[in-house]
Design a protein around this ligand. Structure first.
Ligand code: ATP
Ligand code: MG
Length: 452
């Protein structure tokens, strides 16, 4: 594989005989021929190749574009492959039997081969200023087809606007993306403030790429983020949920989270959690930072991660604080926690719409925390069978590792899960008496065998 550096040495040689880079931007794109770059068809998924060739054979232009070209040039394996073409969505749909037209705001085609879905988008023109921008500068309608060049300029960052041409396997660069990749520079295309105002989610994308790709923000691209982060408050909560998952499940959540905090974006996404964060907790291992490190490690090892656990960690501080508050008002332990959880979640989903299927599990994880301290009688044995026991126990471990006085309890559970049943009974019997009143009998039920 050619390294980026090698590509650039070759580029320089080519350029000295042709035009300079800035000239090439005015006079047309910089085109890097196949021998001068490292993208080989070996690294492109067979589904993506079928789509590219299918379009080409039907007489259309077809390019790989976006994150996949960027990642291939950087030597990473792309997460997915996106294709851009001059064929209209309907024409693309006609070429591929297993394809679907999707999207309302802008029509796209999804072409399916086995488990892989390739997204095919028709070249798009930049938004027409008067017609398509609302009073805050956001794009409200964005469905005008355009040329390859227009498609490049309306993309977010220069490094995301590189095209791989299936006709001659060259790379096409209108915006200076290759030079920025070489310089490890994330640069928004065009006037930075305007482009962030058009779509504030670009700020989240910028920080995600810093965390994930180990690149740096260009000065101007960086400078505007703290100034405009507040605009994210107006983005639909469902879209922010999607983006939040990408930010925290990228495999680089620990670094990305720090960036979100530093640039004032975390305040907008998770205001309740942000309000309780210590100013100088940078070096401290909080439950959240530890949870994020564990998440990154699991992703690195190819293990599954559950968003519910992540949200349980992200919102634990506000939930915990409100829980203590309600207990101080004489609400008993579990109802106080349930009330706190419900209130924190209700406020949170206004910014980041965590779906019920996750938040229910986050709540289970929280409610298991006090339940894990109640081990007498048959409770411990029943708790181990709770469907979310493992997550609750992992959460308890995190709390214990980050300073809460729970070491003994955590160790007890660590042992309890793995010993045989008779041993489990002995462990329960050996527990110190709780000094609690015996549990009141539930109405209509037979007395429980005396054990606590
Ligand atoms: P990854 O898939 O690795 O997260 P990506 O850059 O491919 O990164 P996608 O969301 O798959 O991200 O988007 C594909 C491409 O679409 C981008 O590379 C970029 O060119 C363009 N794009 C995505 N989001 C925006 C946006 N908000 N504004 C302008 N262009 C965008
Ligand atoms: Mg992508």
């Amino acid at each position: 594989m050619l390294s980026l550096n090698k590509i650039f040495t070759r580029l320089k040689k080519n350029r000295s005989s042709k035009n300079s880079h800035s000239d090439s931007q005015k006079g047309g794109p910089l085109i890097i021929a196949r021998p001068d770059h490292n993208i080989s068809r070996k690294h492109i998924s067979s589904a993506a190749l079928k789509v590219l060739y299918g379009l080409k054979d039907a007489g259309f232009d077809a390019y790989l574009v976006g994150g996949c070209v960027r990642d291939l040039l950087l030597g990473y394996e792309p997460k997915d492959f996106d294709v851009a073409t001059n064929a209209s969505p309907e024409q693309v749909h006609k070429v591929f039997r297993r394809s679907r037209l999707i999207g309302r705001r802008f029509k796209l085609v999804h072409v399916r081969y086995g488990r892989e879905v390739i997204e095919v988008a028709t070249f798009r023109a930049p938004p027409e200023i008067e017609q398509h921008i609302d009073e805050q500068g956001r794009i409200v309608q964005d469905n005008v087809f355009g040329t390859l060049e227009q498609d490049a300029w309306r993309r977010d960052f220069t490094i995301n606007a590189l095209y791989y041409n299936i006709r001659d396997f060259s790379i096409v660069d209108f915006t200076g993306g290759l030079a920025d990749l070489k310089a490890k520079n994330i640069r928004l295309i065009g006037h930075v403030e305007t482009r962030y105002r058009e779509d504030p989610v670009r700020m989240l994308r910028a920080l995600r790429f810093v965390g994930k790709l180990d690149l740096e923000l260009d000065d101007e691209t960086e400078r505007w983020i703290p100034k405009l982060a507040h605009l994210l408050a107006d983005i639909p909560a469902a879209r922010l949920f999607d983006e939040t998952l990408k930010l925290y499940l990228s495999g680089d959540a620990a670094v990305t989270h720090e960036l979100l905090v530093d640039y004032g974006v975390f305040d907008i996404l998770f205001p309740q959690a942000a309000a309780l964060m210590d100013e100088d907790e940078d070096d401290v291992h909080t439950l959240l930072t530890k949870a994020l490190e564990n998440t990154d490690q699991r992703i690195d090892e190819g293990k599954p991660v559950t968003p519910a656990f992540l949200f349980a960690a992200l919102l634990w501080e506000p939930v915990n604080q409100l829980w203590q508050h309600y207990q101080a008002k004489n609400i008993s332990v579990i109802p106080a926690l349930q009330k706190a959880a419900a209130e924190v979640l209700a406020e949170q989903v206004q910014r980041v719409a965590i779906p019920k299927r996750y938040s229910i599990v986050s709540k289970d994880i929280w409610v298991l925390q006090p339940r894990l301290t109640m081990r007498q009688g048959k409770r411990a044995i029943r708790l181990v069978q709770h469907p979310k026991f493992r997550a609750g126990y992992d959460f308890l471990l995190l709390r214990s590792e980050t300073g809460e006085p729970l070491t003994e309890l955590a160790e007890w559970w660590t042992a309890f899960q793995v010993v045989a049943e008779d041993e489990q009974q002995k462990m329960v019997q050996a527990l110190p008496a709780t000094g609690r009143k015996p549990r009141r009998r539930r109405r209509g039920k037979k007395p429980v065998a005396k054990s606590e």
